[in-house]
Design a protein around this ligand. Structure first.
Ligand code: NAD
Ligand code: UDP
Length: 349
């Protein structure tokens, strides 16, 4: 066994895939998830895929006593903090709820980690912290900004984590914080078993689940937001990354932090993307080719706040974390469809 990782938000879309990859890499996993945007069934399915039991706590990461109890029951070597609210539109309507949940869960987690002498943390950040980038591909040293409340929670948490790591350095503490801020581009796809995948509440906001729900007959028609962008076919370009590749990036980040010099403090950001931009029309056409399904679509107005192009320069993660995205667009489509087709109602089935 390589060590024990506490995964907050481990019942969610990315967290459940990360649990599978961590277990398969030899880690044991403890999950804290209050199930506010997920179902316990995802944890059962991770156990089914890996054949390994998981300690699951249905706790809110803002509850200090509950979190402390988890740290006291397990010898935690590192934490991956996925727990957070992520809906951009909702964050504009109820920003206080987003700030409370995302910031306070992180602050309480840091407090408990300090008290329990755990100093390695991987944080779920997002490409949204680049705001409206002036050029692509985007490197980690690009200016940071945010265009919505959700994005600001990520930006603020990144700043808090940088301050905390710096403070440990200034105070010359014995086992200072070592933090990896992982900035995800556009996670899509599902585990190849078709047993875990993305299970959005209500009508999806994101492109990939929208396409797959049109294919399965839950939605009528895709609206493509804008066909007059200065891109190769006029539709928006993004860096879609297979969720299993993304999950493996977390394993690499944990490996990296666990092998760092214990006396060093660090807080670095890493882009997790493929480095390739794909347009909305290319996504739709590839999905149709790979699955044989027809996706009805129409062109609609641009969605406010959308940028024309956003894709990563992932060189830093390639070189330092020794991580590369390996799966291609066809894998993303095939695996999304297998999950959607086998679980048309998500985990409710
Ligand atoms: P998700 O909603 O599927 O997973 C988040 C999990 O956290 C859920 O299971 C939810 O129940 C849990 N949770 C939320 N608040 C909690 C709290 N206070 N205490 C305990 N559990 C709590 O989302 P996801 O797509 O798996 O995203 C995981 C993380 O990655 C989030 O922080 C998200 O902001 C970030 N992220 C996601 C994307 C994306 O496109 N999916 C992109 C960039 C960053
Ligand atoms: N998109 C679209 N129709 C949809 C959802 C998304 O045309 O129903 C487009 C969107 O304008 C963007 C791309 O698909 O160009 C990816 O959008 P998504 O919301 O998945 O990711 P994000 O905008 O956060 O990168």
């Amino acid at each position: 066994m390589k060590g024990t990782v506490l995964v907050t938000g481990g019942a969610g879309y990315i967290g459940s895939h990360a649990c599978v990859e961590l277990i398969e890499a030899g880690y044991s996993v403890v999950i804290v998830d209050n199930l506010n945007n997920s179902k316990h069934e995802s944890v059962n399915r991770v156990t089914e895929i890996t054949g390994k039991p998981i300690d699951f706590y249905p706790y809110d990461a803002r509850e200090k006593q509950d979190l402390t109890e988890v740290f006291q029951h397990h010898s935690i070597d590192a934490v991956i903090h996925f727990a957070g609210l992520k809906a951009v539109g909702e964050s504009a309507k109820i920003p206080a709820y987003y700030y409370d949940n995302n910031l306070n869960s992180t602050l309480i987690l840091l407090e408990v980690m300090k008290e329990q002498n755990v100093n390695k943390l991987v944080f779920s950040s997002s490409a949204t912290v680049y705001g409206e980038p002036s050029t692509v591909p985007i490197s980690e040293d690009f200016p940071l900004s945010a265009t919505n409340a959700y994005g600001r929670t990520k930006l603020f948490i990144e700043e808090i984590l940088r301050d905390m790591a710096n403070a440990d350095k200034l105070n010359q503490v014995d086992s200072p914080l070592k933090i990896a801020l992982l900035r995800y581009f556009n996670p899509v796809g599902a585990h190849k078993s078709g047993r875990i995948g993305e299970d959005p509440n209500g009508i999806p906001n994101n492109l990939m689940p929208y396409i797959s729900q049109v294919a399965v007959g839950k939605l009528d028609k895709l609206s493509i937001f804008g066909n007059d962008y200065p891109t190769r076919d006029g539709t928006g370009v993004r860096d879609y990354i297979h969720v299993v590749d993304l999950a493996k990036g977390h394993v690499k980040a944990v490996d990296y932090l666990l092998h760092m010099d214990e006396s060093k403090s660090e807080c670095h950001a890493y882009n997790l993307g493929t480095g390739h931009g794909v347009s909305v029309l290319e996504m739709v056409n590839t999905f149709m080719q790979v699955t044989g399904q027809t996706i009805e679509y129409r062109f609609a107005e641009r969605r406010p706040g959308d940028v024309a192009e956003c894709y990563a320069n992932p060189t830093k993660a390639n070189n330092i974390l020794k991580w590369h995205a390996e799966k291609n667009l066809e894998d993303m489509m095939r695996d999304t469809w297998r999950w959607q087709k086998n679980n048309p109602k998500g985990y409710e089935d």
